[in-house]
Structure formats: C-alpha cells, structure tokens
Design a protein around this ligand. Structure first.
Ligand SMILES: [Zn+2]
Length: 402
C-alpha cells in the first residue's frame, strides 16, 4: 500500500515537473527565418503586396483595409504587437482592443521602493505606468488579452517592453496591492506569465509563436518563448556605428551556442538612426546579425533608402559556425557569405570557404560587382567598420568540381 502511495506521489511529481517545463520547440518556419519585419504605420498597398511577403513574419497590427485572411492569402504571417504597460500608443499596430489599461486598476501598477507608482521608462511624465506581474489579478487580465488576440487567427504575438519587469515591486510593503507569490522577483513573475501565455498561444497551433522584446536577450528567457528581440542591435537611436568592436566579439562568443537551443533572437537595427552612412550602417548590422545566427529586421527604416536590397537576400542554411580570420569574421551559407571587420581600418582578406560551398561566382550585394571564388577562396576588401554580404549569382555560376 505504502509502495503504491510512493508510486502515486512520484507520478504526480513527474506530472508537475512536466508542467513546469512546458517548452515546446520553435516552429520550423521560425527556425529557418532569415529576415523579419515590423510595421506600426498604415502600410501602402504596394508595401503589403510587394514587400511584406519577402519576410518570414510581420510584427504589427491589422491595419484598416486589411484582415488576417487577406494577409494570409498573400503568404504574410501576422504577429500583432501587445504591451503590458499602460501603453502610450493604444493605436500602435491598430490592436487597441488587446492593449492593457490600468483604468480602475491602480492595484496592478508596479510600485517603487519609495511607494510611488512606476512610470514607463519612455513616457515618465504622461501617466503611463508599468504593470506588476505579481499583482493579484494582473496576469489573468493579460492572459485574457492574449486569448482574445489569438482568436483573431494571427500567427503569434509580440510582447513589447518585457525588459521593464526587472525592477522589483514594493506594492505589498506600501499596501498598494498583494502579491501572488512573495518569493517571486520581477523576472520570476514575468517567467510565469510568459509560460502561461505561451500555453495559450500554442493551443492555437504548434506553428504559433511568442516573441518578446527583452531589450537585450537573456538566456533564461530562451526557455519561455520562441523568439527574443534584441532592440537597437548596433543601429539604434542611442547608439552609433562606433559600437565597440571588441564587445561585438564578446557577444559572438557569448551567443555562439544559442542556435543549438532551437530558439531565435531577432536583431532589430533601426537604419538611419545613427550618425553614420545609412547604407554602411545597415550592412554592418545585417552582417553581424546573420553571422551570429540572428534573423535581421529594420522595421522598414530602409524601405525608401539605400540598403533596401537586403530585403531580397536569401542566404539559406549555414554551412559552418562563425569563423574568425585575422581582421574579419565570416560565415558561409548555402547561397552566400557574410563578412564583418573586427579591427578598425580597411581590411583585405582571403577567406577559405568550406567544401560544401559550391558557387564559384558571387555578387557583392553592396556594390553590385561580381566577385570570383578562386580555388575555394574568396578575396575581399572591406572599408573601415564594415559588413558585406556576397550571394551566389542567379545565373552563370559554375559548381566547384568534386
Ligand atoms: Zn507588485
């Protein structure tokens, strides 16, 4: 009898552990994605029909005149934007009905150690606040928004501003609200919410995704979502292309094994936000992103600028991990090669390509010039702090001899 009881307890323990470890793999389409994009403005008919289908998914809302069904017919996956702060942009992406508000619910607002309600970092004086995922009732309200959004037939959801959850909440100490679990810190509470939200999202199909904006990606969050965003990757409003090159090499080492997790980190580079040349900056961020195995996105900041040809690049599967050679890093893919400099100044280098790379004639996407592959080696010259991408020419390339 006692053995039966022990067995029952063990089974229940295993079931509970399995519940805790809910973490299905990211869908195949996401694992193969090379470029994403996001659109928070009402897009033109041409942008939707001609440009949107180039991307694995479009983050944003359902714009007037467009439905999920119409977008799906064009082959466009739709990932609406949601945030769980008191949003200053309730119309952002036109998903107003999914955006949380704190009207009548001051008990959901995060409280700082002085007892003040915590404003959003980007609108500190406008009455917009951060939510506390440990506050009684707040997670349930957010999960209901998630359920309603998924019922519209979309392909997943993008949760913005998740990085703000790092701050502690002192609500109970000041009598502002009770916490569901007094042992949770802000990130524990966010973890719990993300797991529960992802269960709802996956209940609509294994191919649906949860993408979160972590500001900077975190390893622990690889287990609670399908995709994290790295916002302002190299190019951002607060950053210029003088981005520290040794720091980029540290990042390359730090995230070297992340692809083995099957999850993705999308690198969002805001082209035109820096003081440097827009096209050079775009290529530098693109090359670093693809080198690190990250899908790249620009939130359409290049749509009418030099560099938008990057929207058409398809590199295919990686043939190797990223490689360091003298003053550059590079990575070969089925259909091309990305290269970035890791030292200041112009760099010339001859890159040995891995044996499975079959193309003998490439195109420098930046300049449009042909570049030969000689005896399995690619010789290139890059200007100061530059990234380049070389793709197999659609015609005229001859396969390398066995
Ligand atoms: Zn709280």
């Amino acid at each position: 009898m006692s053995q039966l009881l022990v067995g029952l307890i063990l089974v229940l323990t295993c079931l509970c552990s399995a519940e805790e470890a809910f973490d299905p793999p990211a869908p195949k389409w996401l694992q193969e994605a090379e470029i994403f994009n996001g659109c928070y403005f009402k897009p033109s008919q041409e942008l939707v029909q001609d440009v949107f289908p180039k991307f694995s998914c479009i983050v944003g809302g359902i714009w007037s005149g467009w439905t999920v069904e119409k977008l799906h017919k064009l082959g466009v996956r739709v990932i609406p934007y949601i945030d769980f702060v008191q949003s200053p942009w309730p119309e952002k992406g036109s998903t107003k009905e999914y955006t949380i508000t704190f009207e009548g619910h001051a008990d959901w607002i995060r409280v700082d150690k002085e007892g003040n309600y915590m404003p959003t970092f980007y609108a500190p004086n406008k009455g917009w606040y951060q939510g506390c995922f440990n506050a009684v009732g707040f997670q349930e309200a957010c999960l209901e928004k998630v359920r309603r959004a998924m019922q519209s037939g979309v392909d997943g959801l993008f949760f913005d501003d998740c990085g703000s959850c790092r701050a502690e909440c002192y609500g109970p100490q000041f009598g502002k609200h009770e916490h569901v679990n007094e042992d949770w810190d802000g990130i524990d509470a966010m973890d719990h919410f993300l797991v529960e939200a992802r269960k709802i999202i996956k209940s609509f199909g294994d191919d649906k995704i949860l993408m979160m904006n972590a500001w900077r990606p975190r390893r622990r969050w690889l287990k609670v979502c399908d995709c994290q965003m790295w916002e302002s990757f190299i190019n951002g409003p607060s950053r210029a292309r003088e981005y520290n090159l040794s720091n980029m090499q540290y990042i390359a080492d730090h995230w070297a094994d992340y692809e083995d997790t099957g999850k993705r980190i999308v690198a969002l580079a805001y082209s035109g936000s820096t003081t440097g040349d827009v096209k050079e900056d775009a290529y530098f961020a693109y090359a670093w992103a693809r080198l690190l195995g990250f899908p790249w996105a620009d939130w359409f900041t290049l749509k009418d600028k030099p560099g938008r040809e990057l929207y058409d690049v398809k590199l295919g599967k990686y043939l190797q991990k990223h490689q360091k050679l003298d003053s550059v890093m590079f990575r070969a893919c089925e259909n091309g090669v990305v290269v970035t400099t890791i030292r200041d100044g112009e760099q010339s280098v001859t890159i040995p390509l891995p044996a499975p790379f079959r193309h003998v004639r490439l195109l420098d996407v930046y300049s449009g010039a042909p570049v030969p592959v000689d005896s399995g080696k690619l010789t290139v010259t890059l200007p100061n702090r530059a990234g380049r991408v070389y793709v197999a020419q659609p015609t005229g390339g001859e396969a390398r001899a066995e």
